[in-house]
Design a binder for this molecule. Sequence first.
Ligand SMILES: O=C(O)C(=O)Cc1ccccc1
Length: 302
Amino acid sequence: MTRIAYFGPRGTFTEQAARSLAEGELVPYDSIGLAIAAVRKGETDAACVPVENSVEGPVTATLDGLAEDEPLVAVAEALLPIHFSVLARPNVDAADVRTVASHPHALAQVQRWLAQNLPSARHVAAASTAAAAIAVRDGEYDAAVVAPVAVEHYPLRTIATEVADIPDARTRFLLLRRPGELPAPTGSDRTSVVAATVNRTGALSELLTELAFRGINLTRLDARPSKGGFGEYRFFIDFEGHVAEPRIGDALAALRRRCHLRFLGSHPRADGVRPSIQPAAGNEDFVSAADWVESVRKGDTA
Ligand SMILES: O=C(O)C(=O)Cc1ccccc1
């Protein structure tokens, strides 16, 4: 049976995403790095991890995990609406809550709610929302901000539901595999790369211009320290389209000439958005232009 590592323990948002993305045995790991290492080492066939959310932005452990060590590719994504429940031990009332724990991305998304509803509680970062629930169960903290499903896994009482400062917050999750056959293009796809440029004037702008020239719309751009030296960065670039398309292949080849490039996958978009193709930038335009060059090389200049 297919085994899928996920950022656990049981009851995280990532478990929900993993269930929506793949069938098989779900295997929890206590950190994003461990889940990514599991698929890299072959302990599992795939790994499900969060990559970005609409409130806090990039999930840096995932970005760094993808840029380093053996390459992995994203083969699918899920976009989950994020609202939280707040759990406490059965004998603890909201008025008794002095400490509230959760994943930093969760705490960041409920700042206003906590200020209004648990104003005297100290906020404590936990490894994940479900790890916070376990710590509350074990008496370390008084309340946990969690995914609604967590209450099914831990003997805690729900003291609030539908908690979210920003009503339509979403998190995007990736299903990662070791490189192999890519998912087929669907017409609504995303391609991801990580680029390491030399540190000189215009280097990033040149990469982005290669995409802009081809009418390719970016869906995300993040910079992360390369860890090679102060001020050295690598760039995570997501854009519309699939490597199987001539226009995207042409763009990737251009990027590859200009920087160290790691391909992080082409897969269907969860939101189904289709690219708007710019004039003279469709796949047929690239194919007919390449055919024309071929015929010129053969002596036919018509
Ligand atoms: O801790 C979790 O449950 C996760 O899966 C990470 C996370 C945290 C907050 C919002 C979305 C995902």
